[in-house]
Write a new protein. Structure first.
Length: 367
């Protein structure tokens, strides 16, 4: 059976839980890099957060470049705060230049000089001034919304599943936030109100993907401590494999239109007004899919299997499998029977069923 068919049927056998330490290490390295970027590079805050003035020059398809616009502002006695950027194309093409905050009198003085240097009409230059207090208010409201969101999510998951799953989801959400913010810091994209909106949006997607996996984990581990068929980690790993195709489909469906916005809209067409939102969504959606599979569920396994009843379950499962292996060895075919038992255990997420009394052990098929 091909890999795609096994993915579609939820019959893959990837060891997500058993290899969790390597995913922890990989995530830790990424987060450390992001934190260093926060400290050393910081963020490229937009005008809405640091305050200032923004000049928009309607080029109407002319050949004026961003460098020429910067030179025109310098010759007018106003130094650009950031590199000028081109937004849009064709008749909607604009050059955006950001400067320190200027008074209306300074605007009236600078605009004609810039227009003369660029050989355009002053009427095609518009100015927007924003106070830094507005960005501060947005930041405070975003933080308040984030705190309320995390509290409500934690309460819901604790009631719907258990508090350990709420901890796993919380850590995964923090991971997604740090990773998305780290990419913004590393790339140097401008942080705007659209970025804040996108940051809050990705939390919902990350939580959705995590809850889907949690629901299957809860189903597979129901009354698991009453038997000795599989451990909690094996039940969780089976759940992740069973929902893997759904996670892939959900992520691809969400990422494709966002990738169109980022690479086609912002990259090729030059629509700079949407790249801030597109980048945060693209990084956040990809990170949310990763964390739901490689972080949230493994963390739950580490927390759950610390409990005495699950430790006892692991011992029973291990003892039962050792007993079955001994019986198969006594039947005269230890290697073949062990191979068959291992294959059955991988297919089901637990040990192979014990042979019926008097039944002859089956030989493994030759490939």
């Amino acid at each position: 059976m091909s890999l795609f068919q096994r993915l579609y049927r939820g019959e893959t056998q990837f060891d997500f839980i058993g290899s969790r330490r390597r995913w922890y290490l990989a995530s830790l390295i990424i987060i450390v890099i992001c934190i260093f970027s926060f400290v050393l590079r910081g963020f490229n805050w937009g005008i809405e957060f640091k305050g200032g003035s923004q000049f928009q020059i309607q080029t109407k398809g002319s050949s004026i470049t961003a460098k020429q616009a910067e030179s025109a502002f310098r010759s007018a006695g106003l130094e650009p705060a950031d590199a000028a950027r081109v937004v849009g194309s064709g008749t909607s093409r604009q050059i955006v230049v950001k400067t320190k905050g200027v008074t209306p009198a300074e605007q009236a003085s600078v605009t004609p000089k810039v227009a003369s240097a660029l050989n355009i009409s002053p009427t095609v230059i518009s100015v927007q001034s924003v106070s830094s207090s507005w960005g501060h208010e947005i930041s405070v409201k975003a933080i308040e919304g984030l705190i309320v969101f995390l509290i409500v999510v934690s309460i819901y998951l604790s009631i719907r599943f258990q508090w350990r799953m709420a901890v796993g989801a919380f850590i995964a959400l923090v991971h997604d936030l740090l990773l998305a913010a780290g990419v913004y810091s590393l790339v140097g994209f401008e942080v705007t109100p659209s970025t804040v909106v996108g940051l809050l949006t990705i939390l919902g997607f990350s939580l959705y993907d995590t809850v889907v996996v949690y629901d299957r984990v809860s189903e597979n581990s129901k009354d698991i401590t009453a038997g000795s068929r599989m451990t909690f980690s094996e039940a969780a790993n089976l759940a992740v494999n069973q929902t893997l195709m759904r996670s892939i489909n959900t992520s691809l469906i969400a990422l494709l239109p966002v990738a169109g916005l980022l690479f086609v809209g912002a990259g090729i067409l030059g629509v700079g007004t949407i790249k801030d939102l597109a980048l945060i969504l693209f990084v956040g959606l990809a990170s949310g899919a990763y964390s739901s599979l490689f972080l949230a569920t493994p963390i739950v396994c580490d927390l759950v299997e610390r409990q005495p009843q699950y430790k006892a379950l692991t011992k029973r499962v291990t003892a039962k499998r050792a007993s079955e292996a001994a019986k198969q060895a006594a039947a005269g075919e230890p290697a073949l029977a062990g191979s068959a038992g291992s294959a059955a255990a991988r297919r089901t997420g637990g040990p192979a069923p014990a042979p019926k009394p008097g039944a002859r052990p089956q030989r493994a098929r030759r490939r």
